[in-house]
Design a protein around this ligand. Structure first.
Ligand code: UD1
Length: 361
């Protein structure tokens, strides 16, 4: 097998969205690019559907690591990635975001002295109880090139002494989101029939701190029932598993909550374009709501995307105290600019990798 110039390591749903613009831009630039899928996510709707819908080539390798505790999962990925990297010796490894896959790939590559570029570097929630915060900090400190999406991310890296390795490239989620939005507007992207035409709130929940505790999950569901319109929950398997295990019913059948399967990326964008508002604990969805101008209420007390809070497009409501009237608040109407860039981050990231010597000229 010829040595890849860049090997992307992905494994969890949001990483496939970020991979799409990167793999297309690498193809356009004639860069030999391999994809390793760790298998962190494996259900069709959490994984393969994204490769199909976003036109990403099938992974060169799937490590099939699957679910597990953080340590077991991260360790299993490291072992399998070590073998793959020793065998194929990529010139550079590209890691995405803040999942266990991100950290495992960073550790496995740096221990073999293979340069690592971290896409979406410099984000901080300053909440060390979040597994993602640990993953971000350790990945940034282990990586050779830090591809930052925002000015604030650059400042965070500077504060940690990492400015010399950082480059501001914008956010590849903008590339992916606007591409999908344009496809939806051009027609041909459907949504599940349970999603109304309008006048509904779109909701996702998957953070362990929100779904793994029965009292907390019940509190959030109670607040969702107080919203005076239909709430469509696209249920992550973690939420379904937790609700089943804890004996919590997501919908009584007689309330305003409708539960649907996880949506494909184009379906999700189409749904956001129809929704009156969003309730979520996902980082990615907060930003997609902001980009598509849908007011968002975030069920967390921190966000690593504080730019979304401009003008109240996104509000943090960990106590769910403003759901009854706040979720359906009027849309802000001020100009918000482009804090995440204008949709050319993938190309800029590749240019930064060339400048840093990670990709030959
Ligand atoms: C992971 C990431 C999180 C990201 C999220 C996006 C970490 C620490 N967390 O969280 O940052 O926001 O992905 O979805 O890396 N499961 C299935 N089928 C699947 C995948 C998962 O049933 O295809 C179930 C399993 O019960 C599994 C649970 O979901 O144990 C959690 O999956 P895991 O990948 O560990 O974490 P996420 O909550 O998805």
């Amino acid at each position: 097998m010829a040595t890849a110039q860049v090997t992307s390591v992905v494994g969890a749903r949001p990483q496939f969205v970020k991979l799409a613009p990167m793999s297309h831009a690498m193809a356009d630039a004639g860069i030999r690019h391999d994809i390793i899928h760790t298998g962190q996510h494996y259900d069709d709707r959490m994984s393969a559907s994204f490769f199909r819908d976003l036109g990403i080539a099938a992974p060169n390798i799937n490590l099939d690591v699957g679910s597990g505790s953080h340590g077991m999962q991260t360790g299993a990925m490291m072992g399998a990635l070590d073998e793959a990297f020793v065998r194929d010796r990529p010139t550079a490894v590209l890691v995405y975001g803040d999942t266990n896959t991100t950290l495992a790939a960073t550790l496995a590559a740096t221990k073999l002295h293979i340069p690592v570029a971290h896409l979406e570097a410099g984000l901080r929630s300053f909440d060390r109880a979040m597994p993602e915060e640990i993953n971000r900090v350790l990945t940034d400190h282990g990586s050779d090139l830090l591809l930052a999406p925002t000015d604030l991310a650059m400042r965070n890296l500077d504060r940690e002494g990492l400015a010399g390795r950082a480059a501001l490239v914008g956010d590849v989620m903008v590339d992916a989101c606007f591409y999908a939005r344009d496809k939806v507007i051009a027609g041909g992207v459907g949504v599940p029939e349970e999603v109304p035409e309008s006048d509904f709130v779109f909701c996702t929940l998957h953070r362990p701190s929100n779904v793994d505790d029965p009292d907390r999950l019940t509190q959030i569901l109670h607040a969702l029932r107080s919203i005076p319109t239909t709430v469509v929950i696209a249920a992550h398997p973690r939420l379904l598993n937790a609700a089943g295990r804890l004996g919590v019913r997501l919908s009584t059948g007689a309330d305003n909550i409708r539960v649907v399967q996880p949506l494909s990326y184009p379906e999700m964008v189409a749904t956001l374009l129809r929704a009156a508002a969003v309730v979520t604990d996902s980082g990615g969805l907060q930003k997609e709501a902001f980009l598509l101008r849908c007011p968002c209420t975030t069920v967390r007390d921190t966000t690593e995307w504080p730019e979304t809070l401009i003008d109240g497009w996104n509000i943090l409501d960990p106590a769910c105290s403003s759901f009854t009237s706040g979720v359906l608040r009027p849309r802000p109407n001020g100009a918000v600019g482009h804090p995440y860039g204008e949709g050319n981050a993938a190309k800029t990231a590749i240019a930064a990798m060339r400048t840093a010597g990670l990709i030959g000229v």
